[in-house]
Design a binder for this molecule. Structure first.
Ligand code: COA
Length: 257
């Protein structure tokens, strides 16, 4: 079975993380599938809404750390854009509504991708986190601007610098989620909201989204700038220590970095 389930029903394209044995950690191949599907859906008039979801127990553990360490994605060196950046560009520029359903952990890009979605429904077990600093890395996906813009500098700094998980009620209160639901109702609710959107005039939704995002014209450039620094940090000693510590199930030692 594929690590990303792709399901088209009527005008709704649903992308489901499906790598449960690895907590839905996202490999380069999975980013490529997500990017391909979003790029195609953007051009396909038959798709009017996209839903992104995981399982009732886990959304995604974020980047697959092993895959990242073995094949660090590099930006700005010519050649083909790594699939993670293709995905980020595709979700950032996606012109139609995206509805997300998040249960359990949403680590790193599992949280930052939500800043590019339009409606976000979370299970009462949702645990969002942005542990980039704890991994010797830096924010990605435009989150260094989008999160402070959404929740203010101090709250964003707490989430980005300490990297501790925050939960469904706080996400709702901060405006990062639309509603908290029992986990087994989240994906059904996502589909119901997506269906409501799919029944509306698509051109009006596309225009509404474009107008709402007019102030974000610098985000594509920021995603590239963050990506360049992220790529450099990823091959640095602090990230190596953090990722080795995760794999060896021990606490990292940053005393030298
Ligand atoms: N990359 C690669 N493998 C991962 C992973 C990741 N991001 N997250 C989890 N896994 C793997 C674990 O190595 C483990 O594999 P194993 O069974 O072969 O040992 C398996 O998934 C289960 O993970 P485990 O940590 O035992 O699950 P848990 O329920 O105790 O914790 C998380 C779930 C998501 C909280 C925890 O796995 C975690 O913190 N993952 C890392 C998140 C992260 O740092 N992501 C990168 C952000 S940039």
């Amino acid at each position: 079975m594929s690590d990303i389930l792709v399901h088209r029903e009527n005008a709704i394209l649903t992308l489901t993380f499906n790598r449960l044995d690895k907590k839905n950690a996202i490999t380069q191949a999975m980013y490529a599938t997500l990017a391909d599907e979003l790029e195609a859906a953007a051009k396909d008039d038959a798709v009017r809404v996209v839903a992104i979801q995981g399982a009732a127990e886990i959304f995604t553990a974020g980047n697959d750390l092993m895959d990242f360490m073995m094949n660090p994605p590099k930006i700005g060196e010519g050649g083909e854009l790594p699939s993670v950046f293709r995905f980020l560009n595709a979700i950032h520029h996606f012109p139609k509504p995206i509805v997300a359903g998040v249960c359990g952990a949403a680590v790193g890009i599992g949280t930052t991708l939500l800043f590019h979605c339009d409606l976000v429904y979370v299970g009462d077990n949702a645990a969002l986190s942005l542990p980039f600093v704890n991994l010797g890395l830096c924010p990605e996906a435009g989150s260094s601007w989008l999160l402070p813009a959404l929740v203010g500098h101090h709250r964003a700094a707490e989430k980005l610098m300490l990297g501790e998980p925050f939960y469904a009620d706080e996400a709702l209160e901060m405006g990062l989620a639309n509603r908290v639901l029992p986990p087994n109702e989240v994906n059904g609710h996502v589909q119901a909201q997506a269906k409501k959107l799919a029944d509306k005039p698509s051109a009006s939704l596309v225009a509404t989204k474009a107008l709402m995002k007019k102030g974000q014209s610098h985000i594509a450039e920021l995603i590239a700038a963050e990506g360049k620094i992220f790529g450099e940090l990823l091959v640095g000693p602090a990230a190596k220590e953090a990722i080795s510590a995760f794999m060896q199930k021990r606490k990292p030692d940053f005393s030298k970095y």
